[in-house]
Design a protein around this ligand. Structure first.
Ligand code: AMP
Length: 395
């Protein structure tokens, strides 16, 4: 990465504003269900502490849309971070204001202060200059370690970088380096696997990856759209009818570029969207009402696994089926396990796929599991993230 990181600056005696992504899943009582996003920021915090900085952490949780929502408080995250660091993390009940300024002024080297949810103020998402000024007060330097939000031009991501020098944290650097190396300089053969339900969002990813990957394997609702675009009646399957033309164009373009887009040859179909539905394995020509494709079928699983075993780089984003329901989880789970066993660079592009490998207990078997779904998709689309452009350039 051609941007400065914490390793390139002197933080001794400084107060550092550190933007992190602590948007973690919690249950109704505020218990944190999965703390990967907190754990992965510890190296940056430790580095800053060891080099004599005081740290003010800013983060968001959920979508409070500029209102104070007690159930979206970051207090539980302060407690969890304290456990991970083995020290008290001071919690500021408001992310700006006089009381918070007092807490900031009193920080000593090594202290960690976590601010309350930044999105309790509209100014955060609107990148309001007054809010930014209040947020960055008493801080000398800003560090971005919030990869998952770096595609958003918010106050804490972009605004603070216009006020004080801003550099990448260790996690952000790792995320960017992994994804950009994979996209720009992959060891070949290189396969991308794209699934999930957000067809409109991901179809552009396919357009960009087609120019980089040797093979693109398609699953999930995305596959239904491509198969239906070829003229098959996919019955009640999830599909994006407005994107049939685009899907056809992509198939044509892939042929011209010599990269292959591979579609399922069979599906696990159900007669309703339910765990207790009647199921059967169908080929595209055999659909029609009431059937819907809810997973890739056994022949497809075998075919995708055989292709993946030949790869040296694999990027995966989006489940192969409705993995939340047991009868339709086989495709996703088998593909996840197959990738985890490869002797290759393997990257999970965030979101649901990261949750799947966590659930299977195999996340440590991948070269990299991204913490950001939307941000990693934008990178795979070939876009430059605003939260990265704002960082100081390396000299
Ligand atoms: P995404 O956020 O785009 O990765 O989509 C994830 C969601 O896609 C999951 O909740 C899956 O249940 C859903 N999904 C995957 N395959 C299908 C399918 N064939 N039909 C309906 N939903 C699907």
């Amino acid at each position: 990465m051609n941007k400065k990181t914490v390793y390139d600056i002197d933080v001794s005696g400084k107060t550092v504003f550190l933007r992190v992504d602590y948007n973690v899943p919690q249950d109704k009582n505020g218990h944190i269900l999965e703390d990967r996003r907190i754990r992965t920021t510890v190296p940056t915090i430790r580095y800053l502490q060891e080099h004599g900085a005081a740290i003010v952490i800013g983060a968001h949780l959920g979508r409070p849309k500029g209102e104070i929502k007690p159930e979206l408080s970051l207090k539980p995250c302060a407690e969890r971070l304290g456990e991970l660091l083995g020290q008290k993390v001071i919690f500021a009940p408001d992310c700006i204001g006089e009381e918070t300024n007092e807490l900031k002024k009193n920080l000593k080297a090594g202290d960690v202060l976590l601010l309350e949810n930044l999105r309790f103020y509209k100014g955060e998402e609107k990148n309001n200059p007054e809010f930014t000024k209040a947020l960055i007060s008493y801080c000398d330097i800003a560090v971005n370690d919030a990869f998952g939000v770096s595609h958003r031009p918010h106050a804490s991501i972009v605004g603070v970088g216009q006020s004080v020098p801003m550099v990448a944290g260790i996690l952000l650097q790792k995320e960017i380096d992994f994804l950009s190396n994979v996209i720009d300089n992959p060891e070949r053969p290189f396969a991308a696997i794209i699934g999930g339900a957000k067809i409109a969002d991901k179809i552009q990813v396919i357009a960009n990856l087609m120019e980089k990957a040797d093979v693109i394997l398609i699953g999930g609702g995305m596959a239904n759209t491509f198969v239906a675009a070829e003229g098959y009646d996919m019955g009640q399957s999830l599909q994006d009818k407005d994107r049939f033309d685009l899907a056809r164009n992509l198939m044509e373009k892939a042929k011209e570029l010599g990269s292959s887009i591979i579609l399922p040859v069979d599906f696990t179909a159900a007669d309703s969207f339910s765990e207790t539905a009647q199921t059967k394995v169908l080929e595209a020509k055999d659909f029609g009402d009431p059937w819907m494709a809810l997973d890739i079928g056994p022949k497809t699983i075998q075919m995708y696994a055989d292709i993946l075993r030949k790869m040296k780089t694999v990027v995966w984003n989006g489940p192969m089926g409705v993995f939340e329901m047991k009868p339709f989880a086989t495709g996703t789970n088998t593909i996840a396990k197959t990738i985890s066993e490869l002797d290759a660079i393997t990257v999970i592009g965030g979101g649901e796929s990261a949750a799947v490998v966590d659930h299977l207990g195999i996340s440590d078997k991948f070269s990299h599991v991204s913490t950001g779904g939307g941000a990693s998709l934008e990178m795979l689309e070939g876009m430059i993230l605003p939260g990265v452009s704002i960082l100081q350039d390396k000299e």
